[in-house]
Write a protein that binds this ligand. Structure first.
Ligand code: GRF
Length: 231
């Protein structure tokens, strides 16, 4: 069953999180999932990096965590098969990429289409890829932010679910700006995941995003404007 088929008051969706590093967005998702009424439970964390700090966070909260390093597998397919085998065991409804630094194959992406989301530190479609904060400063852009989108094959190209904007301030450097964006990420990601888990947003076969009930914008997210489908 895809998340968008979920009936109201369904039991919490099972969420797997994929990380490569620090894991602060993982922490935000764990915190959100501990609040009463939040429609998700984090059932496991996969890291492609044995040194990822986020693994300790998973351990602190007694969440199953598995390291699947690329170097231990002969091909990208074999690496992703190993991850999929873990998912077959965990049975997640939704997969959240949270600082997962590896591009996923079309096969893996197709397997999770509509159920896999990612957070990116820019107002997409501007500034895909790495070093977004440095590039924002270099372009003297005045508004920056973060985006949560469904994952499709192209890097940072999937249809948007929600975005949050922050100002670029005089005398910002990349670190100060990154910290401001990260705070917004930690509010945005749980809020966007909730929309997916409650079936309020879904990706259509043609790759556009539809909201079921247009959520009122709140402090945590400036929600992107999408067509609303009939209830
Ligand atoms: C975040 O900025 C996220 O948007 C990007 O990678 C970074 C991961 O940070 N995809 P963390 O590991 O969640 O702290």
């Amino acid at each position: 069953m895809s998340p968008s088929d979920a009936p109201p008051n369904a039991k919490p969706k099972r969420v797997a999180v994929m990380i490569s590093g620090r894991g602060s967005n993982l922490g935000a998702l764990i915190s959100a999932s501990m609040a009463s009424g939040y429609p998700c439970r984090i059932v496991g964390v996969v890291s492609d990096n044995a040194d990822a700090a986020g693994l300790q966070l998973a351990a602190d909260y007694d969440i199953d965590a598995k390291v699947v390093e690329r170097k231990d597998h002969n091909s990208r397919e074999a690496h992703e098969d190993a991850i999929q085998t873990i998912f077959d065991d965990w049975q997640p409804d939704i997969v959240c990429l949270a600082g997962y630094m590896r591009l996923l194959s079309g096969t893996f992406v197709a397997r999770w289409m509509g159920s896999m989301i990612n957070i990116h530190p820019s107002l997409l479609p501007s500034f895909t890829g790495l070093d977004t904060h440095q590039r924002v400063l270099a372009h003297q852009v005045t508004l920056h932010g973060c985006s949560v989108h469904f994952v499709t094959e192209g890097m940072d190209e999937g249809p948007l679910i929600a975005q949050a904007a922050v100002p670029v301030l005089p005398n910002d450097d990349a670190d100060r700006l990154a910290a401001r964006v990260l705070k917004a990420e930690h509010r945005l990601y749980p809020s966007a995941l909730r929309l997916v888990a409650e079936g309020k947003v879904r990706i259509t076969d043609s790759g556009t995003v539809l909201f079921r009930d247009f959520p009122e914008p709140d402090e945590s997210a400036a929600l992107y404007s999408h067509p609303v489908e009939d209830a």
